[in-house]
Write a protein that binds this ligand. Structure first.
Ligand code: PEP
Ligand code: MN
Length: 357
């Protein structure tokens, strides 16, 4: 089994090595005219890869579920008229078969499909022998790095070498600013496991509103993503899906013009010195954590000898509150410290429970 480490960066015609790849197009192909209008306008602003969903996985039945196979002909027209490469979402073997027959250049696997290993395996089996096609795997809806890596591995095992990943954020309960929580550490971890693989960001589905597309795109470029997949529609307000997050081709041009592409090659002595300081801080943090866990185990042995419960809720409440107060006075973000203290406490509890086994 080849490892994800062997995956090489994707090359796209018309895009220089190292320049961010921009994939843009409507959430859904709705009519032939709407698809071609978007494609012409996007091609005119320099976009080289066009996206449009024709089979749409929607949460609720009764919503617009895509135009289906007829959309493939519209994508073929986009390709022949504008010269752009074309991309669409596939979720089933029927979709893959139809898209391959139609000569679609890039197939992407959506977040609901990459969460399902059976579906992924079916798609992978059908892709065997089709190493001409490029496959992009979006992260699964749930924040599970292994599931994402497993989905990529299935496609890789099928012999697909033109393989990349798209970060589109993760579903989470409750109301948040963004539609899908970015949890940036997950794509960063993916990059650690597959350093050469092209990693794109989809700020449209993370943000869920067009006003967030630019800031999320800048974060993505500043954190080493290789490109962006952005939804763009000539009349977003009347789009049949994801209306609130699509930008017009004109807006997209403005966003792209404002985005700053920074160097990925730090060779600066000042930066090296600052990084040394970070390394020193991390060494201290780890030493303190080791000491804290050793004290926690000592407390655990004491609780065991006294027949006391491992978790004492009142003490936990007091501890978190005291740490949050202290964090505030040190200018640390309370949400961050709360998550950190919860994780540390959880590990202390785990270690104390082990003593009771
Ligand atoms: C899409 O790209 O339109 C789409 C459905 O994306 P996701 O799978 O990220 O929800
Ligand atoms: Mn969409």
């Amino acid at each position: 089994m080849e490892s994800l480490r062997d995956i090489q960066p994707l090359k796209f015609p018309g895009i220089d090595d190292g320049a961010p790849v921009i994939i843009a197009g409507p959430c859904s192909a709705e009519t032939e005219l709407q698809t071609l209008d978007a494609a012409r306008a996007l091609s005119a602003i320099g976009v080289k890869v066009f996206r449009a969903g024709i089979w749409k996985p929607r949460t609720m039945p009764g919503c617009f579920e895509g135009v289906g196979d007829v959309g493939l002909q519209w994508l073929q027209r986009v390709k022949s008229e504008t010269g752009m490469a074309v991309a669409t979402e596939v979720a089933t073997v029927e979709h893959v078969r139809a898209a391959l027959d139609a000569g679609i250049d890039i197939l992407w696997i959506g977040a609901r499909t990459s969460a399902n290993p059976f579906a992924m395996q079916d798609v992978a089996d059908l892709l065997k022998g089709h190493d001409e096609v490029t496959v992009l795997v979006k992260n699964p809806v749930n924040p599970d790095l292994e599931l994402w890596m497993g989905a990529l591995q299935r496609i890789h095992n099928a012999g697909i070498t033109r393989l990349g990943a798209v970060h589109r954020g993760f579903s989470s309960a409750g109301q948040h600013i963004y539609r899908n929580d970015p949890q940036w550490h997950i794509p960063f971890e993916l990059r650690r496991h597959a350093p050469g693989m092209t990693l794109l960001c989809d700020p449209s589905h993370i943000g869920g509103k067009r006003q967030y597309v630019e800031q999320l795109s800048q974060i993505a470029l500043d954190t080493g993503f290789d490109g962006l997949m952005i939804e763009s529609h000539c009349h977003p307000e009347s789009a049949l899906s994801d209306s609130a997050q699509q930008v017009t081709p004109g807006m997209l041009k403005e966003i792209l013009d404002r985005l700053i592409v920074r160097s990925g090659m730090p060779v600066d002595d000042d930066l090296m010195l600052l990084r040394q300081q970070i390394d020193d801080c991390d060494h201290e943090l780890l030493a303190v954590l080791a000491r804290r866990m050793s004290v926690a185990r000592e407390i655990g042995r004491f609780k065991k000898s006294q027949n006391l419960r491992v978790v004492q809720p009142a003490r936990y409440q007091d501890m978190i509150k005291a740490r949050l107060d202290e964090a505030e006075s040190l200018g640390l973000m309370p949400e961050f410290i709360e998550r950190l203290m919860q994780a540390i406490h959880e590990e202390s509890v785990r270690q104390q429970l082990k003593l009771l086994e």
